[in-house]
Design a protein around this ligand. Structure first.
Ligand SMILES: CC(=O)SCCNC(=O)CCNC(=O)[C@H](O)C(C)(C)COP(=O)(O)OP(=O)(O)OC[C@H]1O[C@@H](n2cnc3c(N)ncnc32)[C@H](O)[C@@H]1OP(=O)(O)O
Length: 430
């Protein structure tokens, strides 16, 4: 087994991209083979100065070595992103992805080393938070990340929904039209910008997102199967919603269509568009079930249905994890429902954000500064992330023993300031 000092954690060079992708594929249990298309398409998103590899300098001679230099046994990459907090003023985020350690080198601290390198750089750069979507729940809490949003998927049994099957589109002058990928690339970015600037938990998307999700760019080289796209326009012609969905081909024993429409993504900026697009999906002939994709847990959807029980939860899990790197800027970036003062003693195993902070919040904004006055609450930086985006309750975390009240009743005060009427939602995976 190679010793710690034999494994070099550093940024990769351009010529090392193929070996890095091979290591990534191995860690993610995909075929390790790397195609030229994958090198070009995946490689074009790689920022070399933010892409780490772990190089085993003690690796015995192998064919891997002959493909170029020292074998890469772990991968890690980050890129710039914006995250919308409560109140809608996005903050710069360090988005982390492509984290993998080969099974031959696991549990030797490689992720810990790569994470420390990346988070230190992000803090130095001035990022307010780091973000990621976790493969498994237990991995990232130790690095100061907290579960900041939850995702829910419903499966709608259309026949039990109580919806009138004769529906044939909006009757208020709005309309729904099928469009192709090119039109999605034209209409989608503006619509998404409108959504994500007001949606706590939403993150920025670049042009690549739209290219990948309309088949212009393939990361894996797998053949593209074009989905259906439908756009909702209000009576005044405003684009207010867009959905991408596909269908399986399922004919039951009695030769009756029992297809499932699977939503890849659905974004809207008005409740009318949201209602109409779900209504549309539930009205398509042959469609017996609709799988909704990852929605906010308090999505309006079930209650659009006359019988909400027709929407059964099929997935409920943590989604966006947030690591606060700058407590002052994070707390000042969001808005607050009420007025009040809260002193938070924030612990942080990595020392990046530890300290005692006094938050003074009001309807016109908030100020936050380090303080020496007595704390109201003591909590880890990961719990702060969950409270910051509005999804968690300080009272609940106190009951769980994860937040400690230094002053009786402080958790209720914190909830009154920090909680929001709607839960945050991150529509993206990255
Ligand atoms: C944002 C994303 O990209 S999510 C994708 C994450 N990648 C994967 O899930 C691919 C498969 N798994 C892996 O590649 C690796 O096992 C990783 C990346 C999860 C962990 O890498 P490692 O180098 O083994 O982690 P490292 O040795 O630094 O572990 C640090 C600590 O976390 C713990 N840990 C690491 N992974 C896990 C896990 N999956 N479940 C529970 N604990 C874990 C370790 O036991 C260790 O604990 P300790 O400090 O108490 O001893």
């Amino acid at each position: 087994m190679s010793r710690r000092e034999d494994i070099d954690v550093r940024t990769i060079t351009e010529t090392e991209i193929p070996a890095w992708i091979r290591a990534l594929n191995t860690g993610f249990l995909r075929s390790p083979a790397v195609s030229d298309e994958e090198i070009t398409n995946r490689g074009s998103s790689i920022l070399l100065e933010r892409t780490l590899g772990a190089f085993d300098t003690d690796h015995p001679h192998s064919r891997l070595r002959s493909t170029g230099g020292t074998p890469i046994v772990a991968t890690f990459r980050s890129f710039p992103q914006q995250l919308t907090p409560v109140g809608g003023t996005p903050v710069p985020a360090d988005a982390i992805t492509n984290v993998s350690v080969n099974p031959t080198h696991r549990r030797r601290g490689l992720l810990t080393r790569m994470m420390a390198t990346d988070l230190t750089a992000a803090k130095d750069r001035g990022d307010v938070v780091a973000t990621l979507i976790a493969a498994e729940y237990p991995i990232y809490g130790r690095y100061g990340f907290g579960q900041a949003t939850t995702a829910t998927e419903w499966t709608i049994d259309v026949s039990r929904s109580g919806l009138d099957p004769r529906w044939s589109g909006p009757t208020d002058g709005a309309r729904i039209d099928l469009v192709d990928g090119e039109e999605v690339r034209e209409l989608g970015p503006d619509l998404h910008e409108r959504l994500r600037r007001t949606q706590p938990g939403a993150v920025s998307r670049d042009e690549r997102w739209w290219q990948i999700n309309t088949g212009v760019l393939s990361l894996s080289g797998d053949p593209w199967k074009e989905p259906f796209y439908a756009v909702y326009r209000s009576a005044t012609g405003e684009v207010e919603g867009l959905v991408s969905y596909e269908s399986d081909d399922n004919w039951g024993d009695a030769k009756q269509p029992l297809n499932t429409a699977e939503v890849n993504w659905l974004i809207t900026v008005t409740p009318a568009a949201e209602r109409a697009l779900w209504r549309y999906l539930c009205s398509i002939d042959w469609i017996a079930h609709v799988k909704t994709g990852w929605r906010a847990p308090d999505d309006l959807l079930p209650h659009f249905l006359p019988d909400p029980r027709a929407a059964r939860i099929t997935i409920q899990a943590d989604w966006l994890w947030v690591r606060i790197l700058d407590v002052v800027r994070a707390l000042e970036a969001r808005t607050y429902a009420g007025s009040g003062t809260l002193v938070l003693d924030v612990t942080d195993g990595d020392g990046l954000s530890a300290g005692r902070y006094r938050l003074e919040a009001g309807p016109d904004g908030a100020t936050c500064a380090p303080t020496t006055t007595a704390a109201d609450l003591t909590l880890d930086v990961g719990e702060l992330a969950a409270l910051w985006l509005g999804d968690e309750s300080a009272v609940r975390l106190t009951a769980l023993g994860r937040v400690h009240e230094e002053r009786e009743g402080a958790a209720v005060v914190a909830d009154a300031l920090l909680r929001t009427s709607r839960r945050p939602w991150c529509p993206d995976i990255f």
